[in-house]
Design a protein around this ligand. Structure first.
Ligand SMILES: C[S@@+](CC[C@H](N)C(=O)[O-])C[C@H]1O[C@@H](n2cnc3c(N)ncnc32)[C@H](O)[C@@H]1O
Ligand code: SF4
Length: 447
């Protein structure tokens, strides 16, 4: 049975790619934009309170350590840029936590650090996530002065009772005001996060919510399907029967309803959970889905890049230390708080390219695949598999002169199709490196 795609707009931490060699790894011989460029993700780990559903890496600040955080984010940015040896940063994303709690001067310092070390073009997309509270809104203009040119606003819903159930610290009026102000400052460059599958929601109420949102929103919408995360207050409430969430079928209908409604209003779907008008796509997120390098700075941030300065030729999946106080100590001691490094070899690289690339409506072009698999094309890998043929015949998957992609119906079922595709990939490319398991969890050497 084909099941629907697990839909989340969560920042994609787990996938990216690596260098090139005859074995298919990304080495210094790779096309320049695979090793010379990267995007930068900066994690601000603090929130004023815990939303009832969220298990992201976030902490309630015990005191004001903004100064120390700024110093350490700056140091770690410098260290990881040096390690990667990239010559340019193509986009920057300040995420969290609540990065709109950071001072605009912190944002400016980090951007200046990047510009001092590498090329950061004036046109590069610089996004900041904003919680739509009066505190966040009041700083928008200063964030623009600091260099932010795109805002991503965590609206979630425009229903006040829905917001309080989620434990959010804003109301619908504040959300609308923040969107308005952000659009005034950065017209056409404002995204809103909205959530479905929430307690007490129905397809009808979601449809009405979307209409209201469409009257207010700018040119980009990210859909989040509520995931019940173990350890959260909402998870407990639902399991104790105190709160009910919509059934899976109803949530699937909400997704289809949103796709159709947004499309009708000119917001074109370009990824499983992202929609844009006037081509106002998120270039930063596209770089994840296209398997480009990214550097993750800040507690718990993830990255994918080749540490060229160490003489390494293999892309690594890198994770920074989660807990801010520990991370601060590590950055002060050795310049960065990298906790885990996993070399990505040929099969892992291609698995990532596949799973990420198929999230985009344009899918994986032959050229895109060829950057990671110069010897074995899409048709050679997938063309002869009976399971893949079945997906092609059912119309959920398309393999043609453009490349491999999901159809409209198939995109909603991506998670169910991936296992067959991954099995085929593993059959065709059996080399799984022994390093993968050995390196996991090991502390990296100082760099
Ligand atoms: C982690 S937050 C960071 C930005 C900001 N603090 C905010 O809340 O908007 C980014 C997005 O992830 C969403 N999110 C967090 N936990 C989620 C969950 N369990 N299910 C669905 N979306 C979730 C949030 O609602 C938010 O839109
Ligand atoms: S504000 Fe954002 S990051 Fe913080 S707890 Fe809420 S959803 Fe999570």
């Amino acid at each position: 049975m084909i099941r629907r795609t697990f839909l989340t707009g969560r920042r994609v931490f787990f996938l990216g790619l690596r260098c090139f060699s005859s074995g298919g790894e990304i080495t210094a011989d790779a096309p320049a934009d695979l090793t010379q460029q990267a995007s930068l993700y900066v994690h601000w780990p603090y929130c004023l309170r815990r939303c009832s559903y969220c298990n992201f890496n976030k902490y309630i600040p015990r005191g004001d350590n903004a100064h120390v955080m700024t110093e350490c984010l700056q140091r770690e940015t410098e260290a990881l840029l040096q390690l990667s040896q990239v010559s340019s940063i193509t986009s920057v994303f300040f995420g969290g936590g609540t990065p709109s709690l950071a001072q605009p001067s912190t944002i400016a310092v980090i951007l200046e650090t990047v510009s001092r070390r590498v090329n950061l073009s004036d046109e590069a997309e610089v996004t900041l996530e904003v919680n739509p509270t009066p505190v966040g809104m009041a700083k928008l203009e200063d964030y623009c002065r600091a260099g932010v040119n795109r805002f991503s606003i965590g609206v979630q819903t425009l229903q006040d009772d829905g917001l309080s159930l989620l434990g959010r610290d804003h109301n619908s009026h504040q959300a609308l005001r923040t969107i308005e102000e952000a659009r005034r400052l950065r017209p056409g460059r404002v995204s809103v996060d909205v959530m479905f599958g929430r307690p007490h929601q129905t397809v009808g109420s979601w449809e009405r919510e979307l209409s209201e949102l469409l009257r207010a929103c700018d040119d980009h919408v990210s859909l989040y399907q509520l995931t019940l995360e173990r350890g959260t207050r909402l998870f407990q409430q639902v399991h104790q029967g105190a709160v009910a969430v919509p059934a899976e079928d109803e949530t699937a209908d909400m997704y289809q309803c949103a796709r159709t409604t947004l499309q009708q209003h000119g917001l074109v779907q370009y990824e499983v959970s992202n929609f844009a008008r006037h081509n106002a796509v998120s270039h930063h997120n596209l770089s994840y889905w296209k398997g480009r390098q990214y550097i993750g700075v800040g507690p718990g941030a993830h990255g994918r890049f080749v540490p060229l300065a160490e003489g390494g030729g293999v892309r690594e999946a890198r994770t920074q230390t989660l807990e801010p106080d520990v991370w601060i100590r590590e950055v002060r001691r050795r310049g960065h708080g990298t906790r885990r490094r996993i070399p990505l070899h040929r099969l892992e690289l291609l698995e990532e390219a596949l799973a990420m690339g198929l999230r985009m409506t344009e899918g994986i072009t032959h050229k895109h695949w060829g950057m990671f698999s110069p010897q074995l094309g899409l048709r050679e890998v997938f063309g002869s598999s009976a399971d893949v043929q079945e997906l092609l015949h059912s119309g959920h998957l398309i393999l043609d002169d453009r490349g491999l992609r999901c159809s409209w119906a198939g995109l909603a079922l991506l998670d169910s199709m991936l296992p067959a595709l991954l099995v085929e990939l593993e059959t065709q490319i059996p080399q799984r490196s022994p390093v993968e398991h050995g390196a996991e969890g090991r502390r990296p050497p100082p760099s």
